[in-house]
Ligand binder design. Structure first.
Ligand code: HEC
Ligand code: HEC
Length: 267
């Protein structure tokens, strides 16, 4: 009986098949961008992006009909291979088509290089401790009194379960330090003065010419008709305390931001 190795030597076609296998295997195992160290890759990727992708993702990749790709955080995952797959296979059921038939693998890696090159550095420049931030969120910051993460917390303010996907670090920082700067749509403050002179403020749940529904800080729900009250108004200010800049140190705020940006919903 001959050993398998000898047997193979007598069958060149098998050897050939194996040699052809190797590059394919290497390709499949390629988890990181083979062009990562090529400075020109991002540049050619940029030109390709303008042709194929800009109509939806914007000329600077910062979004339009398709999502902003400069955030450094992607639904598909944050590794190069995740972006590669999103481009080559598309995102089924959405407008994001598969490009594997139109663009060679090499070109797709160039697009990945380009997308990586425009990722804003803000996320990577954040060096807080997410676990410490989580503790601040539920304890010292008392954020859970108004916000929900997963099935924990309260729903006076916006649900933060996926906030790390939706918002940038800069936006989150402003939300915490200066809540009135950009009030989340649907969360303005409604103030009602009743006929007997009581003032009730809360987050709008519904507001129109004739009526207002609101939730106050204790989570109590109110509903008023305009004709039954002395006054009723909605203002673009936040019920979120604007005291966090004093209450929390700079590094505590970084920890909190690192925690918030890590919130990406159920995987
Ligand atoms: C017809 C519009 C359209 C075109 C053209 C388009 N995309 Fe998209 N793309 C989308 C949409 C919409 C999504 C979001 C899909 C979803 O809902 O997850 C998306 C998602 C993506 C994602 C995943 C983002 C993430 O967070 O996971 C990447 C990466 C991407 N596109 C890159 C590209 C590249 C590179 C091109 C050009 C080769 C391109 N797209 C062309 C509409 C488009
Ligand atoms: C008294 C209730 C309350 C507390 C406590 C509170 N918030 Fe808020 N928060 C709100 C309300 C109401 C809004 C919506 C209005 C706005 O944009 O400020 C909001 C908005 C936000 C937003 C913007 C969400 C988005 O997607 O637009 C973030 C982020 C946020 N809060 C984080 C925090 C953190 C972190 C803490 C704790 C340090 C905290 N909040 C404490 C009530 C609160």
């Amino acid at each position: 009986m001959t050993r398998p190795g000898f047997d193979m030597l007598r069958r060149p076609s098998l050897i050939l098949a194996c040699l052809m296998c190797i590059p394919a295997m290497v390709c499949m195992a390629q988890e990181s961008n083979p062009l990562a160290s090529d400075p020109k890759a991002a540049e050619t990727g940029r030109w390709m992006f303008r042709i194929y992708c800009a109509p939806c993702h914007g000329i600077h990749a910062d979004g339009g009909r398709g999502p902003d790709l400069t955030r450094g955080i992607y639904n598909a995952g944050d590794r190069d291979i995740d972006l590669f797959r999103a481009i080559s296979r598309g995102v089924p059921g959405t407008e994001m088509a598969a490009y594997s038939g139109r663009v060679e693998d090499d070109g797709i890696w160039r697009l990945v290089s380009y997308i990586k090159s425009v990722a804003r550095p803000e996320n990577s420049s954040l060096h807080g401790d997410a676990a410490a931030g989580q503790k601040i969120f539920w304890d010292k910051g008392g954020c859970g009194a108004c916000h929900r993460v997963g099935d924990r917390g309260s729903s006076l303010g916006p649900d933060l379960t996926r906030v790390g996907r939706l918002r940038s670090v800069a936006y989150l920082r402003t939300s915490i330090l200066n809540p009135d700067a950009d009030v989340t749509p649907g969360y303005a403050t409604v103030t009602v003065v009743t006929r007997d002179g009581k003032t009730i403020s809360g987050v709008e749940k519904n507001y129109d010419n004739f009526s207002a529904q609101l939730m106050d800080l204790s989570g109590r729900y109110y509903s008023f008709l305009r004709e039954d009250v002395t006054s009723m108004k909605r203002e673009p200010r936040s019920l979120m305390p604007s005291t966090y800049e004093r209450l929390l140190s700079g590094s505590e705020i970084d920890d909190l931001l690192t925690y918030l940006i890590s919130l990406r919903g159920a995987q």
